[in-house]
Design a protein around this ligand. Sequence first.
Ligand code: SAM
Length: 292
Amino acid sequence: MNFQKGTLPPGLTFVGVPIGSARDVTLRALDTLASADVLVAEDTRTMRKLMDIHGIPLDGRKMISLHDHSTPAKLEGLVDLVRGGASLAYASEAGMPAIADPGFELARAMHDANLPVTCAPGPSAAATALAVAGLPTDAFMFLGFLPNAQSARRQAIEAVADVAATLVLYESPKRLAKCLADLATVLGDDRNAAVCRELTKKFEEVRRGSLSDLTAAYQGANVKGELVVLVERGHSPIVREIDLENEIKAALSSMSVRDAADAIAQAHGVKRRTVYNLALKLSAEEQDDTDR
Ligand code: SAM
């Protein structure tokens, strides 16, 4: 590993850090923290702790805090440092910077000043939840935290009710039951969903079920830890059969009937059995044509 300070080129490097397990840090993240001229952190104590765990010395380098309420002058100061030739490493408290975390304004300020921005990527709770939840991942929409007030929260849910993608949102354990109840009210009881709690940590848990099942399961429960809620898209019957047929025909040129059915059913949120039967029929027809 390159544990030498001053060896990172000038510019801003975002550093993705663990969302629970300290060993999920990447070697490049450690290299970056070890070699940047200046360290910038949402929470300087968390950054110090991560560096201590991995044996990275601060070595007299400056550590600057930057959070959601930092002033424009603070951003300008960081831009000036890079303009003067410094390399900056920025990490938020957990996960990927700028994902429901500070970072976006810093990136924009650097771009506005034509200064380089790069990233040593790491875990994010959103991507980790998508990986483990077993809901379609071909298209997803990240909503961050929904508003706290019920009417605003319901409005925010209504605005995405017809989005053809898995919805991914962050929620606090205290508000989980209310949030699930509002999701069920607006999107319908039957939508499949998952609650992914304490990802990468000792008490990691993934609970799947319909929105009404999950609402009932968490009503009055003493929920602890950090969590991500995912909701599958609505199964709209709007997909036209002719479009499905064309897609299946195209897919059958490079896939088995089974794989084509899996991919297309997932992409459109249509029952797999329906697509499978159609794919079988089309595959048999194609075989007849080639035999003739
Ligand atoms: N930037 C972070 C990322 O990329 O994951 C997210 C930061 S946001 C302020 C914190 C929220 O992320 C938590 O309230 C929770 O909803 C979610 N979260 C963070 N770590 C988590 C974990 N280990 N398991 C489940 N959710 C987590």
